[in-house]
Design a protein around this ligand. Structure first.
Ligand SMILES: C[S@@+](CC[C@H](N)C(=O)[O-])C[C@H]1O[C@@H](n2cnc3c(N)ncnc32)[C@H](O)[C@@H]1O
Length: 245
């Protein structure tokens, strides 16, 4: 029986690939004959220590993010808003509830009437053991499930009323929407559901320029901030965008 919240491993296949390829290179470099001939190609196996170090290093940085960095990054993101406690917050691609629970705890700390909603399609490629049930369990263990709602829909087809959230947050979700028109649709949805004067705090490891550009064209006041280069892997950038009044 799970007794502590578990916010899961992001992109588990990517981390596994770093470690598997890294250790394969390490074994080759350490135990294979120093020189291998593949037809006319001569391979010096000791040189494989370099990719081994690089890949295992990347895997370890990823592990550091999953175990420690993501909580620091959550605090960095949620610290960009001045909490009152009455906010209606939406976490887009909430996964196992990292930002969702963080936002709900901020509301609870202020003893406010706010509410936090998470929307996700529960992809197990993007997050290990991802499901509404796993997230619900985390929210219960955090003691904030009564002020949270989970919605199982894609970000590009949000079922919420227009102008219903003060704050929209999202971490490492939008790049998973692979085609540009659908990503644009997701950003349009974020804009639609935000109240005038509301704020979007969108974090990702790529495509943040695209999000910033689209939001700027929609009239948002946009700023970009970088997450830590050591504890976020891949390094994350946050787009902070205020909807016009
Ligand atoms: C890497 S996880 C990050 C989860 C969470 N935001 C966090 O930081 O721990 C990406 C999440 O985005 C979700 N996702 C991917 N595409 C989505 C879409 N089109 N609509 C909603 N959620 C999506 C995945 O199911 C997954 O939970």
């Amino acid at each position: 029986m799970q007794t502590k919240p578990d916010y899961g491993v992001d992109a588990p296949g990517v981390m596994l690939t770093f470690f598997l390829l890294g250790f394969a290179c390490l074994l080759l470099a350490a135990f294979a004959p120093h020189t291998i001939h593949l037809g006319s190609v001569k391979i010096e196996t000791r040189t494989f220590f370099w990719p081994a170090g690089f890949l295992i290093g990347e895997g370890l940085l990823f592990l550091l993010y999953v175990k420690f960095g993501k909580f620091r990054h959550r605090d960095f993101m949620l610290g960009m808003h001045e909490w009152q406690g009455d906010e209606r917050v939406l976490d887009v691609g909430c996964g196992r509830g990292l930002l969702l629970a963080g936002a709900a705890k901020k509301i609870a700390e202020h003893r406010g009437t706010g509410h936090a909603t998470g929307i996700d399609i529960w992809s197990n490629t993007d997050m290990a053991a991802n499901s509404a049930a796993a997230t619900e369990r985390n929210l219960e263990l955090e003691g904030i499930s009564q002020i949270c709602t989970l919605v199982s829909e894609p970000a590009q087809e949000m079922p919420f009323e227009s102008e219903s959230f003060h704050l929209v947050v999202s971490n490492l979700c939008l790049h998973n929407i692979y085609d540009r028109p659908t990503r644009r649709q997701a950003i349009e949805q974020i804009s639609r559901v935000l109240k005038p004067g509301g704020m979007a705090i969108l974090s990702d490891y790529k495509l943040t320029g695209e999000y910033a550009e689209q939001l700027t064209r929609m009239g948002f006041a946009v700023e970009k901030r970088r997450g830590s280069f050591i504890t976020t892997f891949p390094p994350l950038t946050v787009v902070l965008a205020r909807k016009p009044q």
